[in-house]
Ligand binder design. Sequence first.
Ligand code: HEM
Length: 460
Amino acid sequence: MTIQLNNPSTVCDAPGPKGLPILGNVLRFGNEKNILFHFIDLWREYGDVAHVKLGSQHIYVVVEPEHVHHVLVKNPNNYIKGNGYTGFRLLVGQGLVTSDGDLWRNQRRLMQPSFTPKSIVQFFDMMVETTERMLERWNPSPDLAMRGGSVLHIDAQMMRLTMSIISKAIFGVDLGVEAAEVGEAFHDAFAFVTARTMSAVALPLSLPLPAHRRFQRSLQIIDDFVGRQIASGRGQSGDTLLSILLQARDEETGERMSERQLRDEVVTLFLAGFETTARSLTWGWYLLSRNPDVQERLIAEVDAVLGGRLPSVDDLFRLSYTHRVVDETLRLYPPTALLGRQIVADDQIGDYRVQAGGIVMLVPYLTHRLPSVWPDPERFDPERFRPEIAARPKSAYIPFISGPRICLGNNFALMEMTLAFALTAQRYRLESTTEAEIGVAFRGSTCPTAPLHLTLHPLR
Ligand code: HEM
């Protein structure tokens, strides 16, 4: 299908580097290690919308909020997940993140009610308890405290915390601690499909390479575990996400999810839920440790609202500065710094034509740093999110994207992050161990290029 362009007389081809015949720009852009910065350079050189050819594949880098809004909100049916998600499908099959069309629509309708702000409140106590348990483990021995605090590897701590929380929410089992083998299998399998998706060459899985064998072993462990959980959850009522999904019926057909679909959805939820949130929390602590004035305000708010007691659900609404710290962290370091969509039919984005079969690359990392929208964009300033600040253009702030495919778990993640910052700030001040800045790389999510170590100072 070819659609009519709005105003053909003003439409032109997007600018971009010329590249070689046949190869296009593979030599420059095929190096996936710096893919995020390649796209940033492209935007600097050619502006929005920039075009680059990798072999026969047309790629359009789209950054301006108005253009992002076109892709995600105004014409989403023309921009699908398509082939870009083949690697992830090896692990999550046709779950919500990777599916398209009617399958996605039906599944979204079925799962949406379990993720409304009201529904996810049932996980509040579990999140508080799991975070508190982590903070207890951090409690340094008195002599360490005397010597100026102990040093923590924050990335590992946040990964374990979010893995514990999402696995308890889905299965009622703590895969960060109790069933560590399964947790590790999820972690390894996700790392494998991410590397495969980012790599220029994906060898057939049937080749008996050590990495392929390890992936298949992890897949087996995951499938056995999920299969057992589904079997034991059948016929029982419970308050885990799995039991809610086991009971869910399609409003129109009255049908329940098939076993395979259920497996794909819970694996999807697990993977979508733990890495993104862990990365965001790590970046948040990085920013707070480098901006002591912001950290002091956070500590002061938590002290004023909670006064040393554990939070209740109502307190969430009072922790307004904590929310702004979360929002500003997700602006500077959106875990999904890059995301692709396959173009179904020829279209026009702004004044530029884009071709069917090509890929639109959205770069939230860049959209969140546009000086036209965000004054002094590199500055960590939670006050940007004060409610009285003038409205931003639509789709200028997209850590969870916008439109029908907005993150299903956004309320869950926001509650989890707010609680993690608030409960930690109630007990500890975290200080940077070094002046050196930590770089950013995109490896399936927005990762620090070096481990983040912070010194822990107990507050009480
Ligand atoms: C800070 C944490 C998180 C961030 C920044 C985030 C971000 C995103 C983004 C950008 C997408 C869109 C991806 C795309 O369309 O290509 C997405 C989709 C999704 N996320 Fe999240 N996410 C987070 C946490 C979570 C959690 C905790 C869960 C589950 C409990 C979750 C479940 C999902 C699901 C199921 C989708 C697919 C939605 C659909 O296509 O209908 N996410 N997320």
